[in-house]
Design a protein around this ligand. Structure first.
Ligand code: SF4
Length: 374
């Protein structure tokens, strides 16, 4: 096995086995893990406690039954899965769960947590341009910090927080480079591998993830760039999984040359700035700098333009919108983006992502027709 294959296989294993990643971490450090609900959270604060931040992004193919008692059938697919997992006790080993509530579904879910782990809820202000909004978020983060310290029985010092911010900024920068490398080498980093590199970072300490991805980038860049005889696409949405769906991208030679997925590039888009203000203030500022995301209010609706720029920068053939089933914020953005794509002649396709389904024949037919049309 080549070095590249070894690293990818390691990251794929971690991405596919979050419970094992958490248990290994506990065995190694004696510390537990803190769940992080989608989409954004001041993860650096958890990292500074020495606990492992674990992203909670649902599951695939699980039949939703118990969750129906607590959520309407039209709640988004990912939260149906998370509720089902909660009811089954899947998150009860977590020392706490951090919960931001930027959409109505998350607001409801934060009040209905069925697991036994303590839940820490905070709000991202949506009138994001105001200094008062930033001050509000600093206050929210202070409360998050107090509760983390209480539940985990640790003290979060400013020095530890600054160290964690530096580790996260480095990881984000390395992942932005990885996105470019994956676009140049689709024969080496296919859609499944690309996703695994992103997903593994949800279940690893970021410094370990950074080290592996740096090594991967170095190895891949030492190879010659080969011409790509398939099509190139930019993908957008909440997430694009499971591997069975990404296998279809591979089968039809659709290289993902950039993404705007909440689970992937939105997580690495914005760094915490340097400055003289305290770490909580600067972390709150990162929320004000966030752009192109359906849950971060943008009255100018810049997401479509951002995606059109990504298409131009990467020489992509099209945009694929991965629409999370019943996700209101994403559905509200879509008509605006669609109109802009059509006006600019950007080819685009919307596919539905439903975490409950286990058959992908319909989406396969749609992707095949789309590739033929391209
Ligand atoms: S943003 Fe969309 S996918 Fe995420 S919790 Fe809200 S409705 Fe669900």
């Amino acid at each position: 096995m080549s070095k590249v294959e070894t690293i990818l296989s390691q990251l794929k294993d971690i991405a596919a086995n979050p419970k094992k990643a958490m248990d290994d971490f506990k065995a190694e450090t004696g510390k537990g893990a803190v769940g992080v609900m989608p989409i954004y959270a001041p993860e650096e604060m958890i990292h500074a406690t020495g606990f492992l931040p674990m992203g909670l992004w649902g599951a695939q193919g699980k039949t939703v039954s118990k969750a129906r008692t607590y959520l309407p059938a039209f709640a988004c697919s990912i939260m149906q899965q998370i509720m089902e997992l909660q009811c089954e006790g899947a998150y009860d080993d977590l020392s706490a769960v951090l919960f931001s509530v930027p959409c109505d579904t998350l607001k409801c879910l934060s009040q209905k947590w069925k697991g036994t782990s303590p839940v820490i809820v905070f709000t991202h202000p949506q009138n994001r341009g105001l200094e008062a909004a930033n001050q509000f978020l600093v206050t929210e983060y202070e409360l998050v910090k107090e509760q983390l310290e209480h539940y985990l029985d640790v003290k979060i010092t400013n020095a530890a927080l600054e160290n964690s911010i530096a580790i996260y900024n480095e990881n984000r920068a390395v992942m932005r480079e990885f996105v470019k490398v994956a676009a140049d080498y689709p024969q080496v980093i296919d859609a499944v591998s690309r996703h695994a590199v992103f997903k593994a970072r949800q279940f690893m300490l970021k410094e370990k993830h950074t080290a592996l991805v740096k090594e991967l980038i170095e190895e891949v860049k030492a190879m010659p760039v080969q011409p790509w005889d398939g099509k190139k696409v930019v993908v957008t949405g909440i997430l694009l999984e499971p591997n069975e769906l990404l296998d279809i991208f591979n089968e039809f030679k659709l290289a993902i040359v950039d993404d705007d997925l909440a689970q992937e590039s939105r997580q690495i888009r914005v760094d915490v700035i340097d400055g003289e203000e305290g770490p909580l203030y600067r972390m709150a500022k990162a929320w004000q700098k966030m752009y192109g995301c359906s849950v971060a209010t943008d009255t100018k609706k810049g997401r479509g333009k951002m995606l059109i720029n990504k298409v131009a920068q990467t020489n992509a053939d099209a945009v694929i919108v991965a629409m999370m089933k019943f996700c209101d914020p994403e559905e509200w953005d879509y008509p605006v983006m669609y109109r802009e794509f059509e006006e600019k002649g950007i080819k685009n396709l919307m596919i539905e992502v439903d975490q409950e389904v286990s058959s992908f024949e319909q989406v396969k037919t749609r992707l095949q027709s789309f590739v033929e049309m391209l």
